[in-house]
Design a protein around this ligand. Structure first.
Ligand SMILES: [Zn+2]
Length: 342
């Protein structure tokens, strides 16, 4: 990256109210057929424009073409029956009715490649594309076929790798895998979760990232966060192995969370996407607050490896708030960039 402190979001941005009901996850589309295809592309264009105006360096699609960061990918796979539902506990946190794995899983067609090509055509800036990680995928399904979380994760890793290679060919500069499950299932993450993630990145020449967070600002997550105590040390469990992994960039949450900043030291040598925007609050950060978080992070990550970002996706926020936070991120990074080059 030629720009110092390249900014990006963790992934999602709110959708326009004419496309889907705002401030809601899994919000149903308001359009259908060709109108929906055109509507998603128009929304993607607006997301790119918002990022451009805010001075964001690494541009994403704001996840405008998908309903949910995990489910939409799985909907395109075969071997999963969305009619056959079972109630399971998601990330040990809340019960949800989920689809069932009924046979061997495979990816008959590319999922996001056309959307990524469309994003590529909208900007000359570097682009980032997000995919769910294998461990987070298995955690949103009932498995009646493999009956092994690990085996299913390896299958998904292969499928993700096929998709990732096509995204790279479409001109994506950074492919990010979302693995909030790494913050919950430490033993599995260390035993095979990180290995399956590396499998998903096999053979890629573009940069790879893993996003590990404490989730969107939805009630199930904020309730869970209240049980975690004053200091959140979950990253401590997986960072030593992630530091040794082939993943280039680690995306984590910092601002307003109870994560001790010095845990970043555990991934020294990696590029770090530091969450400097709280996505669980409607209060828009000032540029100076963002700059302060980045300055504190600089104690533990070299300046050329610091990538200012958001704690998580901003899909559930209002567009007005999300846009304000994008501007704060861009302006806060600009302050510190100036200090570093002085
Ligand atoms: Zn997240």
């Amino acid at each position: 990256m030629t720009t110092l402190l390249p900014t990006s979001t963790a992934g999602s941005l709110p959708k326009p109210s004419w496309l889907a009901e705002p401030e809601k996850l899994w919000s149903p589309w308001k359009l259908e057929g060709e109108e929906l295809v055109a509507g998603k592309q128009d929304a993607l264009r607006l997301a790119v424009e918002d990022q451009r105006q805010a001075g964001i360096t690494i541009v994403g699609d704001g996840e405008q073409t998908r309903q949910h960061f995990v489910t939409t990918f799985i909907e395109h796979l075969s071997g999963v029956d969305f009619e056959k539902r079972e109630t399971v506990r998601i990330r040990n946190r809340y019960d949800a009715s989920v689809p069932t794995v009924v046979g061997a899983v495979s990816r008959p067609n590319s999922v996001f490649v056309e959307d990524a090509k469309f994003l590529r055509a909208q900007t000359d800036q570097p682009i980032k594309w997000t995919l769910p990680g294998p461990m987070t995928m298995i955690d949103t399904l009932y498995d009646a076929h493999y009956r092994s979380r690990e085996r299913l994760a390896w299958e998904f890793a292969q499928i993700l790798n096929q998709e990732a290679r096509e995204l790279e060919a479409a001109g994506v500069d950074i492919i990010q895998f979302d693995e909030p499950a790494f913050n919950v299932f430490f033993d599995e993450a260390n035993d095979w979760g990180i290995a399956t993630l590396e499998k998903a990145t096999e053979g890629l020449k573009c940069e790879t990232a893993v996003h590990i967070c404490y989730g969107y600002g939805i009630k199930a997550n904020t309730d869970w966060k209240k049980t975690l105590g004053a200091e959140w040390r979950q990253y401590e469990e997986t960072f030593p192995n992630l530091q040794k992994s082939k993943i280039d960039i680690i995306s984590l949450e910092c601002h307003h969370s109870h994560v001790p900043m010095d845990l970043i030291e555990l991934i020294r040598g990696k590029k770090v996407m530091v969450g400097a925007i709280d996505v669980a609050s409607d209060t828009v950060e000032t540029a100076e607050e963002v700059a302060d978080t980045l300055r504190r992070a600089l104690q533990f990550v070299d300046a050329d490896k610091l990538y200012p970002s958001t704690n998580c996706g901003m899909a559930p926020l209002s567009r007005h708030v999300a846009r304000g936070k994008l501007y704060a991120l861009g302006a806060g990074a600009a302050i510190v960039r100036k200090e570093l080059s002085a």
